[in-house]
Design a binder for this molecule. Structure first.
Ligand SMILES: Cc1cc2nc3c(=O)[nH]c(=O)nc-3n(C[C@H](O)[C@H](O)[C@H](O)COP(=O)(O)OP(=O)(O)OC[C@H]3O[C@@H](n4cnc5c(N)ncnc54)[C@H](O)[C@@H]3O)c2cc1C
Length: 414
């Protein structure tokens, strides 16, 4: 907004809003990926609350992203290929060649391999900062306008456009866009300002995310071990290291965070067992409170919700980002054909396309989180036979394998 324009509209008029076709609120992993997909066709603007990363040329160590790794499935890898991001990620991504799911104290084990799916890898474990930086640099190369350190304050849909009010380091301003996409996370401001409700349920659990150095080669195997306290995931990272995600009840989290590194390693080893030899060193521990947040709708007038703004899941099945990327992929595919990006019919179509995939992934994840956290007598036996069935019943095994690969919710034709 310029001062000259302000005078043109008279001294009492509100400042004229900057215009673009689509404003993506939230430059996290999903929002940045979506903006990249839209950039060749539309005037896109990304609004991100965090400051821009200060990145030395060629360095991958800076940026506002967290320390986690994220397991992406084969469906997400295909989307990264389409976005041109995969070459930048491949060198930093650890292939997951098999997954092994077991329950502490019981013999049932379900095992899925890339070979049985006819693939090189079931998925890849990628540091979040590597993903974030690759997307960020690609946005800059595509000349997408990014407003960093800028928060959305309000959103007002009108007939032909939506006006988004922003708090920037220089003061408040407004953007007018034909579509606003909320990619601003589980507690989306856009969702709230548009008056769309959400189901919020806390699991009473925290996931402690860290990394361990291991004594034996991991061979690209990812382990998910269900315990009485919650699941423990050990995912291959570098040659001699794994990501470790330990889910525990809230009260136990405090006690585990208070341990020194040596004591924490000993308890983690006791839960996981000796498959990878001794855990020899520990990374920084970061606790995440776990909740399920499911938006009542993924559309509103001239607005669409993607990623965690649409649904935020328990991490037990490593589905959240993969699902969010499919939201973005479906929306980008619809917008590639559109003339008005915020047209009601297009948004209705987006909601219809996303319905089954969102419901299946959210419900499957929630079921897994609750069944394996429950100590009700008799349920342990059911869980045990569930794992055995997942391994031995071909139809169940195939279905779970496809869920794993992320091939169930890809846009039609994939
Ligand atoms: C412990 C843990 C492990 C996980 N592991 C996996 C895994 O292995 N595989 C997987 O698929 N998923 C995993 N997930 C889920 C995954 O992390 C999320 O689904 C994914 O990061 C969501 O990305 P997003 O871009 O939608 O949201 P976010 O990452 O929350 O990004 C939202 C962005 O919006 C910005 N923002 C917020 N409010 C505003 C505002 N008012 N104005 C402007 N900007 C705003 C924020 O700064 C942020 O950058 C895991 C989650 C947890 C907690």
């Amino acid at each position: 907004m310029t001062a000259a324009r302000h005078v043109e509209h008279g001294s009492n008029a509100a400042p004229a809003a900057d215009a673009c076709d689509i404003v993506v609120v939230g430059g996290g992993l999903v929002g940045a990926s979506l903006a990249l997909a839209l950039a060749p066709r539309w005037r896109v603007r990304v609004v991100e609350a965090r400051p821009a990363p200060q990145v030395a040329p060629g360095a991958l160590s800076q940026g506002p992203w967290d320390e986690r790794c994220i397991a992406v499935n084969d469906g997400s890898r295909r989307i990264f290929e389409d976005l041109g991001l995969w070459p930048a990620l491949r060198g930093q991504a650890q292939a997951i060649r098999a997954t092994q799911i077991s329950e502490r104290g019981r013999f049932g084990v379900a095992r899925f391999t890339a070979a049985e799916a006819g693939l090189d890898a079931l998925g890849w474990n990628i540091p979040v900062r590597v993903l974030g930086l690759a997307a960020w640099q690609a946005l800059q190369a595509a000349k997408v306008k990014i407003s960093s350190a800028t928060q959305v304050l309000n959103v007002q849909p009108e007939r032909e456009a939506t006006v988004v009010e922003l708090a920037t380091p220089a003061g408040t301003t407004r953007i007018r866009a034909r579509l606003v996409v909320a990619a601003d996370g589980a507690h989306s401001t856009v969702r709230e300002k548009l008056g769309v409700g959400a189901e919020v349920r806390r699991y009473g659990q925290h996931a402690i995310v860290t990394a361990v150095r291991i004594a034996r080669p991991h061979g690209g195997v990812a382990y998910e071990r269900f315990t009485r306290e919650g699941p423990l995931a050990v995912l291959p990272k570098a040659a001699d290291a794994c990501s470790l995600v330990q889910t525990v009840p809230d009260a136990r989290c405090e006690a585990l965070m208070a341990l020194d590194d040596a004591a924490y390693l000993i308890q983690a080893q006791a839960v996981f067992g000796g498959r990878l030899g001794r855990f020899t060193a520990l990374g920084r521990r970061v606790p995440h409170a776990l909740e399920r947040v499911v938006s009542a709708s993924v559309i509103a007038p001239r607005a669409a919700f993607v990623g965690n703004a649409a649904q935020s899941l328990h991490p037990v099945a490593a589905q959240g980002f993969n699902l969010g990327l499919r939201d973005a992929g479906n929306l980008a595919a619809l917008l590639a054909q559109a003339t008005d990006p915020g047209a009601g019919a297009l948004l209705e179509r987006f909601m219809a396309i996303r319905q089954a995939d969102r419901a299946a992934a959210s419900d499957f994840t929630d079921l897994l989180a609750r069944v394996f956290a429950n100590r009700v007598p008799g349920l342990a036996q059911t869980r045990h036979w569930g794992l055995v069935g997942a391994q031995l019943v071909p139809a169940v095994h195939r279905r779970l394998l496809h869920q794993h690969l992320g091939h169930l919710g890809l846009p039609a034709g994939e």
